[in-house]
Design a protein around this ligand. Structure first.
Ligand SMILES: NC(=O)c1ccc[n+]([C@@H]2O[C@H](COP(=O)([O-])OP(=O)(O)OC[C@H]3O[C@@H](n4cnc5c(N)ncnc54)[C@H](O)[C@@H]3O)[C@@H](O)[C@H]2O)c1
Length: 397
């Protein structure tokens, strides 16, 4: 067994245990007070969930397995309501526990169910996709979707522990694994450049769970997320930096009716955010080029086709991370230094989109100046009072 233990602080501290052969840690995370443990897992992952159920049964818990639909179909209030009825029939009390096994959709739903049952019971998450390991299972965000949008209904409910056994990632389709790499790369750009060095040293190896640096990449990414959410569980400040690449990414996902993988949309979104940073006079062109190179090296997209900008711009405006009427975009002040940029000029946003809208003609020189006319836009640090609304250029779409 090789394992790293990463502490997550905040109002309800817990540990992320990551490695191979770590399932034996599950009972300790459940604790001694529980008698019944309800294991929630998607259809299709019965084989992956079985060893966890066996470990729990061997530890003396009454294990009840509940199957949920695969993928996003699980994140529906009707699925949660079905589970509430099953929890009632299993007589799950406040001292009992839920284990959520699966990708981010399953861990989000298991977390939501645990948060709402009896106003909150213990949940341990066992993520089985790269995205869930490095992102979704950590930080206590739970949610279901409604027709009006993704993740609009949810609560913060930190897990009692996260157990990431990387051996299960071997059965993940490569495209799913690579999609999860977008969050790893994001972490490299916002906080830990060693991640980028490791990927550049072996880009092909980075695209598979058996790669030379797989454990280190995962561990470094988790450490950053753990640090950020420890300081800001409810996204009142610094947690916002994790949104790097997500504002345009979410808009692309909406435009594509969520048929595109999250990581693919975020990959383009990161190049976009880097271009905004460059056009705002913040980020050097080499850093933007590095975005394109690292992202392409693992097979993620850097362009999103040339659909109309105004539709994506509108979708960005309704992103739930926007505050009030303001658009807040996380940009890089320099490599490794993310900051929020409020209400950037519309011309700048559109110009940055032109850079990701289609394939780049070879040899094209990057533009150096901010189309809003300033070389450098005013930024405000986290927690500073809001700036006055920027004057909108005429002709805003
Ligand atoms: N709570 C958060 O902070 C947070 C953060 C990021 C994303 N999310 C959510 O995560 C979800 C996306 O997660 P995802 O990308 O893991 O998708 P997913 O949960 O839909 O899983 C993708 C597919 O992989 C399958 N799968 C899972 N593990 C497998 C394995 N080991 N082997 C083979 N197949 C396996 C699943 O059954 C599914 O078909 C979204 O709903 C998103 O909103 C939440």
């Amino acid at each position: 067994m090789t394992a790293a233990r990463i502490p997550v602080g905040g109002p309800s501290p817990y540990e992320v245990v990551v490695g191979t052969g770590v399932l034996g840690e599950l009972p300790a995370m459940i604790g001694g007070a529980a008698r019944t443990v309800v294991v929630i897992r998607p259809e299709g992952l019965a084989g992956i969930a079985r060893p966890a159920c066996e470990v729990l049964a061997a530890a003396g818990y009454a294990v009840r397995e509940e199957e949920i639909p695969d993928g996003e179909a699980a994140k529906d209030i009707s699925v949660a309501a079905g589970l509430w009825s099953r929890l009632a029939s299993h007589r799950v009390t406040r001292s009992d526990a839920i284990v959520g096994i699966g990708g981010g959709a399953a861990t989000d739903l298991a977390g939501f169910t645990a948060a709402t049952w009896l106003r909150g019971v213990r949940v341990v998450l066992v993520p089985t996709t790269l995205l869930a390991v490095v992102d979704a299972a950590i930080g206590g965000k739970t949610a279901v979707n409604i027709p009006e949008g993704k993740n609009l209904v949810g609560v913060f409910h930190p897990p009692a522990g996260v157990l990431a056994d990387l051996s299960v990632l071997g059965s993940l389709p490569r495209a799913e694994y690579v999609s999860g790499l977008a969050e790893v790369i994001k972490t490299g750009f916002i906080a830990d450049p060693v991640i980028l060095d490791l990927i550049e040293a072996d880009p092909r190896g980075a695209t598979a769970p058996g790669g030379r640096h797989a454990l280190e990449l995962v561990e470094r990414t988790i450490r950053v997320k753990a640090q950020v959410v420890s300081a800001d569980l409810r996204e009142n400040g610094r947690r916002e930096i994790l949104n790097y690449g997500h504002t345009l990414g979410h808009a692309i996902e909406r435009r594509e009716g969520y048929r595109i993988r999250h990581g693919e949309a975020v990959a383009v979104g990161m190049v976009y955010a880097a271009e905004v940073s460059r056009l705002a006079g913040l980020l050097a062109p080499e850093a933007v080029r590095r975005h394109r190179e690292v992202i392409s090296a693992v097979g993620l997209p850097v362009t999103c086709g040339s659909g109309p900008w105004h539709a994506l711009r509108e979708a960005m405006a309704v992103d739930k991370k926007a505050r009030g009427a303001r658009l807040r975009l996380i940009v890089l002040e320099k490599a490794g230094s993310p900051v929020p940029l409020e209400d950037p000029p519309e011309g700048l946003l559109a110009a940055a989109f032109a850079e990701v809208a289609g394939p780049q003609p070879p040899g094209r020189a990057p533009r150096q100046r901010c189309p809003g006319g300033e070389d450098r836009l005013p930024l405000r640090p986290f927690g500073a009072p809001p700036a006055r609304p920027a004057k909108r250029p005429r002709g805003r779409p």
